[in-house]
Design a protein around this ligand. Structure first.
Ligand SMILES: Nc1ncnc2c1ncn2[C@@H]1O[C@H](COP(=O)(O)OP(=O)(O)O)[C@@H](O)[C@H]1O
Ligand SMILES: [Mg+2]
Length: 188
């Protein structure tokens, strides 16, 4: 059983993955940490405070890992890097709630704005659906407990129409984020 837990930073991937690992007695695999430990990146982007991943190397290494063990929960921001999976869960969180939580991480304004914008636009959800058509389960975790999230995953109670952009408050919020991102681009 290969379970992928994906989603924008801050949605709850780590806590949900670790709980699933405990309940199902699977191995936990944190893709970002693995990329850093094995130096599977091209360079560090100072501005975004993040690594630029060497995708080919990561895919090769993952093939090897999954050959050795396929009873695993993989926490990953980029689901398309994973060669195979039985289910790909994409955790979704209301972008305004997410924004307020990410502010506590001490990240730069640009990094927060880019990640929250990606959540609004459903970037990871889209990537997951392109790579794993029919195996994606999205869950809106905004108002539910970890236990409820786990039960939804185990019972495949997925949410099918998560569309933050239909909310007018989120539409204007997106404009503010766009301003943050474009003012940064104009400064370089
Ligand atoms: N459904 C939830 N209920 C309460 N706290 C949560 C929930 N989901 C996540 N958290 C908390 O939010 C923070 C971010 O979760 P984390 O698992 O680190 O997210 P990610 O791995 O996606 O970046 C953690 O402090 C976590 O304990
Ligand atoms: Mg995490």
């Amino acid at each position: 059983m290969i379970i992928v837990i994906s989603g924008t930073p801050g949605v709850g991937k780590t806590i949900v993955s670790k709980e699933l690992v405990k309940r199902l007695n699977l191995k936990y695999f944190h893709l970002s940490q693995f990329v850093i430990d094995k130096k599977l990146y091209i360079e560090y982007d100072e501005e975004r405070q993040s690594y630029i991943i060497d995708e080919d190397k990561v895919k090769d290494e993952l093939e090897k890992i999954l050959k050795e063990s396929d009873n695993i929960v993989i926490e990953a921001i980029y689901p398309s890097l994973i060669p195979k999976a039985d289910i790909v869960v994409v955790l979704r969180k209301n972008p305004i709630v997410l924004y307020n939580e990410l502010k506590n991480r001490g990240w730069s304004k640009l990094k927060i704005a880019e990640n929250v914008e990606a959540e609004i636009l459903g970037v990871i959800s889209q990537e997951a659906k392109e790579a794993f058509n029919g195996k994606v389960c999205e869950i809106d975790v905004t108002k539910i407990s970890i236990d409820q999230i786990i039960n939804k995953i185990l019972n495949k109670e997925c949410d099918y129409f998560i569309d933050w952009l239909s909310d007018t408050e989120i539409q204007s919020f997106l404009e503010n984020l766009d301003n943050i991102i474009s003012s940064h681009e104009n400064n370089i």
